[in-house]
Design a protein around this ligand. Structure first.
Ligand SMILES: [Cu+2]
Length: 135
């Protein structure tokens, strides 16, 4: 290998380390799973019942969900080692307020919603939120 080739190889390695570092830095915030992953397909309809999955940990993901109006719906809140305040969930339009288990699943029944309804979920302090738009 000539000196030139070695220098090129070295600069590629340095660039790769910088890029990896930048990605890790960008992903280290509390919005890591929001910024990093593509929007999940978190809505499914089984036997006329709609299931919406929201992950709660350091915030709620996905932040925005588009769901169908007019269907009985189950909101499935998933936690995994969630010891931050996103475990303290409030859904004002339903009068819902509850602690989610630190790890597990909480199923919340939601009556069929009218088209155009925007349902908002919040942590107890109001710092994290998610919305479900029923269309
Ligand atoms: Cu909070």
């Amino acid at each position: 290998m000539s000196t030139d080739n070695r220098n090129i190889a070295l600069s590629i390695v340095v660039a790769a380390v910088f890029i990896a570092g930048a990605i890790m830095f960008a992903g280290s915030g509390s919005n890591a799973n929001i910024a990093g992953a593509p929007p999940a397909n978190n809505v499914s309809v089984v036997d006329g019942k709609q299931f919406i999955t929201i992950n709660a940990k350091g915030g709620y993901y996905p932040r925005v969900t588009v769901a169908k109006a007019g269907l009985p719906t189950v909101l499935k809140m998933n936690t995994r080692g969630t010891f931050d305040c996103s475990a303290a969930l409030a859904i004002p339009s339903l009068g819902y307020r509850n602690m989610l288990p630190p790890s597990g699943e909480m199923l919340i029944d939601i009556p069929p919603q009218k088209s155009g309804t925007v349902m908002r979920g919040l942590c107890a302090m109001g710092m994290y939120s998610f919305t479900v738009n029923f269309n």
